[in-house]
Design a protein around this ligand. Structure first.
Ligand SMILES: [Zn+2]
Length: 292
């Protein structure tokens, strides 16, 4: 179809966490994550072999391994070390981001600097409202300034502002992300999950100007929107501002998938994207934003 796809939003966990996610979460103080990956939910798990197999099957050349919005900085640091290790293991298949918990204070900045020096390409996935910090927190502002200056992107979870309630749904006020983009105009900001609907406001000329460095990824799209979203959101946001991402290994078609795969979403995207947007959305934008 084209050069390989870049999936800009997957998650990966080390085998000791996969073996006992809830036990690990209980022992390490991560109740919010435990709720999100509870066994009756949509979460699937993949070790290295399965992940690479699923990427190959779907023509995904590289995947961006997002961190998680861990509540404890110790867990950010531990998982960041895994990310660096996975990058070293398969440098041509992964781009890795670092997790951070700015509520932990200065240690979050120091740990993050180390992770970026060791090969992480940005920060994410962040969720201030799940992690309990504010976009005006001085520790966060230091991180934002550093990322802006050094060209590192930051990826935030964004929740759709209307719609049904579900496990772990926590509002992420879009006006706050807007204000952040205004305070840090050079910071590359990726808002996951179609930016919670923010692409619509790219139709507003004033807003569009403020959002020139804000990008939207498509993670978990079918759980939230029907396939018309691809064409419509790309038209509103502009094809340079949308990054294909799956949220693998989440089962994003729960009624059709017993296990996560990368094929179904890829086919939905390729079938629904306007032809002249395909290469940008499926590959080039991710390379431009996340490097690699
Ligand atoms: Zn998310």
């Amino acid at each position: 179809m084209m050069q390989g796809i870049i999936d800009s939003h997957i998650h990966r966990y080390p085998e000791h966490i996969i073996a006992d996610p809830l036990g690990w979460a209980a022992a390490n103080g991560e109740p919010y994550w435990a709720k999100m990956v509870a066994p009756d939910g949509l979460q699937d798990w993949a070790d290295r072999a399965r992940l690479l197999r699923d990427m190959d099957e779907a023509g995904v050349e590289k995947a961006v391994i997002q961190g998680w919005y861990w509540q404890r900085q110790e867990n950010c640091a531990e998982l960041n070390r895994w990310h660096v290790r996975w990058l070293k293991e398969d440098p041509e298949r992964f781009i890795v981001l670092a997790s951070a918990q700015p509520a932990a204070g200065r240690v979050a900045v120091e740990d993050l600097k180390r992770a970026l020096d060791e090969g992480c390409s940005g920060v994410g996935e962040l969720h201030p409202w799940a992690q309990g910090w504010s976009l005006h927190d001085p520790v966060w502002e230091e991180i934002a300034a550093m990322c802006s200056e050094r060209g590192f992107p930051v990826c935030f979870h964004a929740t759709e502002t209307v719609g049904r309630d579900y496990t772990g749904k926590l509002d992420t006020p879009l006006a706050e992300y807007m204000a952040l983009a205004r305070r840090f105009p050079d910071l590359k900001i990726v808002l996951a999950h179609w930016g919670g609907g923010l692409p619509f406001f790219m139709l507003n000329r004033w807003t569009a100007k403020q959002l020139k460095n804000v990008y939207f990824d498509t993670a978990a799209s079918p759980l939230l929107y029907d396939a018309r979203v691809w064409k419509n959101a790309v038209e509103m946001a502009g094809s340079t501002h949308v990054l294909y991402g799956s949220d693998y290994p989440l089962r994003v078609y729960p009624s059709k998938q017993s296990a996560a795969d990368m094929l179904m979403l890829r086919d939905e995207a390729l079938g629904a994207l306007p032809e002249d947007a395909r290469i940008a959305v499926m590959r080039e934008n991710a390379l431009r934003v996340y490097g690699g």
